[in-house]
Write a new protein. Structure first.
Length: 390
């Protein structure tokens, strides 16, 4: 299958810039609806609704604002991003929705990004408070960050692959404060994740459930993929990008090896246009939805790891990422605001199958807020030398 893709075009820098102009224009149109409030996690009939700052996905919108502000220099967009960061600070002050590992997503793409771009000490302080909350969710029995801060709940004594993208908040906190404890917590969680959720063939399980008394693993499973033993496409992409980010902070060879294994499995299980179905066990069939968000996440991970590889290997991943983003640009990007108020079509939040526990579809073949963000990040990485928020 890979040989058939050798003639696929990569996105050019000019196309990446054109894509960013389209995305920024869409963001500008949406700004009046989504400054004090946020888009919903996924669209319905290709249009996002409006919600308060109450979803794990909220900061993917704030991250889009920061990217747009960097690209076009529009002060109004930057002002809106700062206003949203105030609401994230209020979340922490009132202890609203601080019981989730998604603090990493929420505060990296809002307050860490804002601190890096503006130098605001208040944003740095807010992000460090979030890092403290995330660090407090580490469980010695099992050596992992619990997905939800419910240490006495047996059914919730688990971790999921997504958290590899949340622990960069801890790495960053360690660098900012000089406190090695943040980094040590992140590394211990990473090692547990790699040991338990990366299978021998390079595919990733979504979650691990532990015995609350002993810390022993009860089972590894997948809720959002096709079945427990399949490879949920977005989870595989989290593994790719998460391993790359951990390598960048630690230089541990085991992170680079995890990346190679996860990326190889991902690339070997793609359909012809390099945009996966929601699960990598599916490579063709119109009855199943694609997940363009997974493609965008994986491309970002490949571009990130390419910075840390020798030239020949780095080029392999840059080429692959360039082809993936070209496919998204040509066939999945929203070009007409009357079609959608999102950026990237054909994503999947959740898809019900006979083999998993999701009771019904949610965001099936829709825009997803995280897909929009990572598509814009991938375009940014391909348009210029960009300093990541992670």
């Amino acid at each position: 299958m890979m040989q058939n893709r050798q003639n696929m075009l990569q996105i050019t820098r000019a196309e990446a810039e054109a894509g960013l102009k389209v995305c920024t224009g869409q963001i500008w149109r949406n700004l009046s609806s989504y400054t004090k409030q946020f888009p919903t996690s996924a669209s319905k009939a290709s249009f996002y609704g409006v919600c308060d700052n109450s979803e794990w996905t909220s900061a993917f919108w704030t991250g889009q604002l920061w990217l747009a502000c960097e690209f076009c220099g529009n002060a109004a967009i930057g002002k809106a991003a700062l206003a949203q960061c105030i609401s994230f600070r209020e979340w922490l002050r009132k202890r609203i929705a601080t019981d989730s590992h998604d603090l990493g997503f929420l505060y990296t793409l809002s307050c860490v990004a804002g601190y890096k771009l503006t130098g605001s000490e208040k944003l740095k302080e807010t992000a460090l408070l979030a890092a403290d909350s995330l660090r407090s969710m580490f469980r010695e029995k099992g050596e992992f960050i619990q997905s939800f801060d419910r240490p006495d709940c047996r059914e919730e004594y688990r971790t999921i692959i997504d958290c590899l993208m949340n622990i960069p908040l801890l790495y960053w906190a360690s660098e900012i404060t000089g406190d090695s404890g943040y980094r040590e917590t992140a590394v211990r969680h990473y090692r547990t994740t790699r040991k338990l959720l990366l299978r021998g063939d390079g595919s990733a399980a979504q979650a691990a459930l532990f015995d609350i008394d002993t810390g022993e693993v009860i089972k590894c499973f997948t809720r959002q993929g096709y079945s427990d033993d399949s490879a949920w496409a977005r989870g595989q992409a989290w593994a790719i990008y998460g391993a790359a980010l951990s390598y960048g902070y630690t230089g541990m060879e085991e992170c680079r090896e995890m990346f190679r294994q996860a990326a190889a499995y991902y690339m070997e299980h793609l359909p012809q246009d390099m945009v996966p179905y929601f699960d990598l066990c599916i490579t063709e069939g119109d009855e199943w939805p694609r997940d363009s968000s997974a493609a965008a996440i994986a491309a970002c991970g490949m571009l990130e790891m390419a910075k840390h590889l020798e030239a020949e290997e780095a080029e392999k991943y840059r080429v692959c990422a360039g082809r993936i983003v070209k496919s998204l640009y040509d066939g999945y990007m929203v070009r007409d605001y009357r079609e959608s108020n999102g950026l990237l079509l054909h994503g999947t939040y959740c898809c019900s199958t006979p083999g998993n526990v999701i009771p019904e579809d949610n965001g099936r073949d829709e825009c997803c807020l995280f897909g929009d963000y990572f598509f814009m990040e991938a375009l940014t990485r391909l348009q210029r030398d960009w300093k990541p928020y992670w």
